[in-house]
Each structure stands twice: as C-alpha cells, then as structure tokens.
Design a protein around this ligand. Structure first.
Ligand code: NIG
Ligand code: FE
Length: 405
C-alpha cells in the first residue's frame, strides 16, 4: 500500500460546488490525505477517518490551500525577444503591419532557428521556473517558432525535457501553422501541406499532445486550418485554435466542429461561434495579457459566454510578441479589471477550467481521487488570488503529492 501523508491546519478552497453555496467550496479547519500522487481524502479536520496511520504529517500553519495552478496556453520555447518591436508599436506601427513586413512571429522564428537546443532549454527552463514559483503545476507549451520539421521537433523536445527535468507536468501542442516561414513565402498552401506531412513523424516520436493553428487574416484561413485539423483528427490528436483574436474568421465554429478542447483569444467571437463552442463543450481560453499588451479595445464577449455556460479559462499566453509576462496571478487580476470576470471565475479559469482546456479531468479541484497538485498561500481567502498583483503569496507547492523543495 502507498503510504499516506496527512496535510493539516489549513483553510482549503476546494472549488467543489458541492461544498457550500458560493463556489469556493471553503473548508475552514481543513485536512487532507494524499496517497502517492493522488488526494485520498479531504474534509474538516474533526471528520478525519479514524484508524489511519499516515507515514508523514505536515502542518500547513493555517495557510490557504488551493488546487495547483494550470497555465493552459504558452509559447515558452523561443529564442531572442522583441523589445524593439514593442518600441516600434509605441512609435505608431501596428502589430499587423509589423507582421506583414516580416517582423513579428518571423523575427522570433529566425532567433529560434539560430538557437541551440541547449540554449532553448535553458531559456525556457528559467521561464517555466518563474511560472512555477507562483504555483503552476501543469503547463502547456506550444511549438510554432521553429516552422521547419527539424526546428519544430527541437522546440517540442525542449518542452518534453522541461517536463522531465522540472516538477511540473508539461503538455505539448504542435503549432506548425503559426506563421508562414520565409522559405514558403507566397506558397501558403504548400506550407500547410508540409505541416500536415510533418505531423505523423512528430507524433510518432511522442512529441505532440494536441494540435493548434493561428486562424487569422495575417495567418491561416479557415480552409487551411481545416486541413491541419483533419490531419490531427486522423492521428487521433485533439485540436485547439488561436481564434478570432484580430478579426472574426469563423474559426471558433470550425474548431468546435472538430470537438476542439479550446478556442483561445476570442476578442472577435460571434454569437454563432459561442453557440458552436457551447454545443461542442469547447473551453474559451481568455488571454488578458495579449489584450493588454496589444492595447486592444474590443473585449471578448464575456457576458454572452457566461450566459451560454461556456467554461472560461485564463492563461498567460507567454510569448515574445504579444504577451511577454510570466505571472498567471497577474492574468487573474487583469481578467477581473479588464474583462470583468469575478474573482471566482478568474480562479476557476486558472485551475478547473484550464484543466478542461487541456482535456484533463483529474485536476483543478481538491476532491478525493484528483491529482495531489496543491498550493499553500499566505492568504486568508481565495478571492485574494485575483486581488494582489506584483507580489507572490505562494508559500509551498505540492506536485504529485510531493512538496517541491
Ligand atoms: O498567442 N496569436 C498568435 N500567436 C501569439 C503571438 C505570437 C507572436 O507575436 O510571437 C499569441 O498572441
Ligand atoms: Fe498564443
């Protein structure tokens, strides 16, 4: 039998709607038993099952315990940075104009191709550690700055290696259809053929958990996106989409027709897109960092998503072009201030709903049977997770039942 660990003297925000009526699922004098990587029992300390002999007991010192945080949309592996482009935008150039002139994603592609696998690993590892320091226990990482078979494989290998080297679970997403690389200039459909041709080999190497594309007027059309999705579907890989960020391309409805796990960005999402996502059970991933950094003014249709009951997740979208931030807690705060999410919605967005955006049902709440991914915070109430910004109240992180050093 796997030894039990007892974690006690905590206020626990389970996010279990069966506990209480306000959605936080708070347990005031909480205790929790873990068995290996899973939660075996959670409840009031006074209700602890009798006759158990935990092999270890940890006093959490009245800390607030929440599920581990999940960053479900990042582009963590890339070379270089684009501070000069930020400066150009502040001098009047638009994101689209810079992209059309060969900057933007393509600039990061050049820097990524020039970087060794080791240096990409070292840079991405520092970024992952910054996210982890704020309680991230599950992390999605997209490729998309390599855009050749070899360079995409290199970035995905780096992502896989991060998951082995660090106490965080990494989910990889193949985003070959992120931009057209220079060698395919003017041959967009040929590039889509190439992306589709690389996919089986990358998948055979165990490098892909999901497939994404950038469906946008400066990137790929719905028809081109569809071809990428058809290839993913043949391989049994789930899909997600960068959809309706700068314009309404009908990408969300297309993705929903492939039962997409998530559609992400969504500032220009239509009522038809919402209906399709709702019917397919697709999660809306909102990215306030990109909205903020691009100084967008068109808000995602939050109230309509809420009314439709489409789960809303939040993520950093960490990338060098549109969201160079590494704080998921800041995203929770911005989701409240910029998008008017409630603090409960914001916290669900970086836990429960973020898990669903990755197709994961075994984490995101503190319930017996779920993964023992937990964060102890120097906070009284979980609404503070969306309140403070620019400081890190994380005390301890427990990943797979083990406290990180
Ligand atoms: O999620 N929208 C497309 N991809 C990234 C930005 C990529 C870049 O500018 O490097 C995003 O915002
Ligand atoms: Fe993105």
């Amino acid at each position: 039998m796997t030894p039990l660990t007892l974690w006690h003297n905590a206020r626990i925000a389970t996010l279990d709607p069966r506990m209480g009526t306000d959605g936080w699922g708070l347990i005031e004098h909480g205790a929790l038993l873990t068995e290996g990587a899973h939660i075996a029992w959670v409840g009031q300390a006074g209700d602890l099952p009798q006759g158990l002999a935990p092999s270890r007991t940890v006093d959490l010192g009245r800390a607030l315990l929440t599920p581990g945080l999940i960053d479900c949309h990042t582009h963590l592996v890339y070379g270089g940075h684009r501070a000069a482009e930020f400066e150009m935008r502040l001098n009047g150039a638009s994101y689209e104009a810079i992209a059309r002139a060969g900057g933007g994603i393509r600039a990061s592609v050049a820097a990524t191709r020039a970087a060794s696998e080791e240096s990409l690993f070292n840079m991405a590892s520092r970024r992952a550690r910054a996210l982890m320091a704020e309680g991230v226990t599950t992390l999605e990482i997209k490729s998309g700055y390599g855009l050749s078979q070899e360079a995409e494989a290199r970035c995905l290998r780096v992502a896989r290696r991060l998951g082995r080297a660090l106490p965080v679970e990494v989910h990889t997403t193949f985003l070959g259809a992120h931009a057209v690389p220079p060698e395919f200039e003017g041959r967009v459909d040929d590039y889509i053929d190439a992306v589709c041709a690389w996919m089986p080999g990358l998948h055979a190497q165990g490098l892909i958990d999901a497939v994404d594309a950038f469906c946008e007027n400066i990137a790929f059309s719905p028809a081109q996106t569809q071809r990428v999705f058809e290839t993913a579907q043949r391989l049994g890989l789930p899909v997600k989409l960068h959809a309706e960020q700068l314009s309404d391309q009908g990408g969300a409805a297309l993705a929903a027709s492939f039962n997409a796990l998530s559609c992400d960005h969504l500032e220009h999402l239509s009522a038809a897109g919402i209906a399709a996502m709702r019917a397919a059970g697709t999660v809306a991933v909102l990215l306030p960092g990109a909205y903020y950094f691009l100084r967008e003014t068109k808000l995602p249709p939050i109230e309509a998503l809420r009314q439709a009951g489409v789960p809303m997740a939040l993520s950093t979208d960490h990338n060098p072009g549109t969201s160079p931030g590494l704080s998921l807690l800041l995203m929770a705060n911005m989701a409240c201030t910029l998008f008017r999410l409630t603090p409960l919605e914001a916290v669900q967005g970086i836990t429960l709903h973020a898990a669903r955006a990755l197709g994961l049902k075994d984490r995101g709440q503190i319930i017996a049977g779920q993964r023992a991914d937990l964060v102890a915070w120097d906070l009284q109430h979980p609404n503070e997770l969306a309140y403070w910004f620019g400081h890190n109240p994380c005390l301890h992180v427990i990943h797979n039942g083990v406290q990180r050093p």
